[in-house]
Design a protein around this ligand. Structure first.
Ligand SMILES: NC(=O)c1ccc[n+]([C@@H]2O[C@H](COP(=O)([O-])OP(=O)(O)OC[C@H]3O[C@@H](n4cnc5c(N)ncnc54)[C@H](OP(=O)(O)O)[C@@H]3O)[C@@H](O)[C@H]2O)c1
Length: 349
């Protein structure tokens, strides 16, 4: 990275610096400049006045979007307090802001495809997964760092092979976004067990099939991020989406336990809970979708959320809070309100 680029990046970022004794400095460097008196290749970094260690040397820099990188720096104290981002003062737990090797399941379409394109553009090596080869290849385009992985998430052996093949080509897996999913409206009046099983098979067991080799790969290295694709629909049972809501609730519950159980292995587990996003999956919905969001916007929010420390990346806020509120209502009241979502001939009042 050139000096100008580095400076521009530093301006965009809140950073933290770690000195040679491994200590993270409790201040936020805000700018990189060439140090006029320093030898070539050494930069100056301005830090908050409370930093005691201002010696020159090799420092690791962590920013909210950049991966941790080592640079030769001279630290210089600022005369006045710097604007600081409270979260950026601390190093990332996994010290991995910009993942280099990413697998995204369900990346042949919708949210997964938009995310894959973003990460490819960022320069990461991305395993673009899906069943439809043409769509997978179209997302990969001509990007040399995109690796097409065509498999069905309901096949555990195929998931294992995909993770193995990806790591052989791309190196250690940094981030797995287990996003593949399926939705079909269900109705108890025409109860379709096969559809319910299929939804669970893809949304829940499909994620688990990919989870097994992912945990194995990350556990030995004690490093990595696993992001599970949930949904705002997991907050409460919604009419005509019983199977989908259940599958996403199952995802949400196991993600909570994974978060706790994998912490000791330095595996950072996240949950993504979007509201309505404009994708082929929601294009089938015949009802008005409140706060429907363009897929690019959703992908940007997810990428930003994953580069932060938040456990849950949920949006849009108004829908999420509305559903949370609904889940706190007395049951009888909620059931009455939810009935209004049914066609008029199915309502009891
Ligand atoms: N759109 C929303 O409003 C919304 C809201 C909340 C959560 N979500 C969740 O976000 C995820 C992505 O949804 P989307 O809206 O982007 O839908 P989408 O455009 O229909 O994409 C679904 C993706 O999942 C893949 N997939 C489906 N079944 C699969 C299987 N058996 N094996 C492997 N891949 C499979 C599809 O690829 P192939 O067809 O190539 O296999 C496709 O790439 C889903 O988990 C969904 O539940 C979506």
């Amino acid at each position: 990275m050139g000096r100008a680029e580095l400076r521009d990046e530093a301006r965009r970022l809140d950073c933290a610096a770690r000195n040679q004794s491994g200590q993270w400095l409790p201040a936020i460097p805000i700018a990189f400049h060439h140090h006029p008196t320093a030898p070539r290749g050494v930069d100056r970094i301005v830090v908050a006045p409370n930093v005691s260690d201002t010696s020159a040397g090799r420092f690791q820099i962590a920013g909210s979007r950049s991966k941790t990188r080592e640079r030769r720096l001279v630290l210089e104290k600022s005369a006045k307090p710097l604007r600081t981002h409270p979260k950026a003062a601390l190093p990332r737990k996994n010290e991995m802001e910009s993942p280099n090797a990413i697998i995204i399941t369900g990346a042949s379409s919708g949210i997964g495809a938009a995310l894959a394109r973003r990460y490819i553009e960022d320069g990461a090596t991305v395993g673009v997964c899906g069943r439809n080869r043409d769509r997978v290849l179209s997302v990969c385009g001509a990007a040399p760092r995109a690796i097409p992985l065509v498999f069905d998430v309901t096949d555990p052996a195929a998931c294992e092979t995909a993770v193995k093949n990806f790591e052989e080509e791309a190196g250690a897996l940094d981030l797995a976004i287990l996003n593949a999913g399926y939705h079909l409206a269900t109705d108890a009046a025409a109860f379709d067990l096969e559809t319910c099983k299929r939804i669970m098979e893809i949304n829940y067991f499909g994620a688990l099939n990919c989870l097994a080799p992912t945990i194995e790969a990350m556990k030995t290295r004690r490093r990595g991020i696993i992001a599970m694709m949930g949904s705002a629909a997991a907050t409460i049972g919604l009419p005509n989406a019983g199977a989908y809501c259940s599958s996403k609730s199952a995802v949400a519950r196991i993600t909570e336990t994974l978060r706790v159980e994998l912490r000791a292995f330095n595996i950072d587990v996240r949950l993504i809970t979007p509201g309505f996003v404009d994708t082929p999956l929601t294009a089938r919905n015949e009802f008005p979708m409140p706060f429907l969001m363009p897929v690019e916007e959703a992908a940007a929010l997810i990428e930003r959320g994953l580069s932060s420390k938040s456990y849950e990346i949920s949006f849009p806020r108004r829908l999420i809070w509305g559903l949370r509120l609904a889940s706190l209502l007395p049951r009888a009241l909620y059931f009455k309100l939810a009935e209004r979502l049914l066609p008029s001939e199915r309502r009891t009042d």
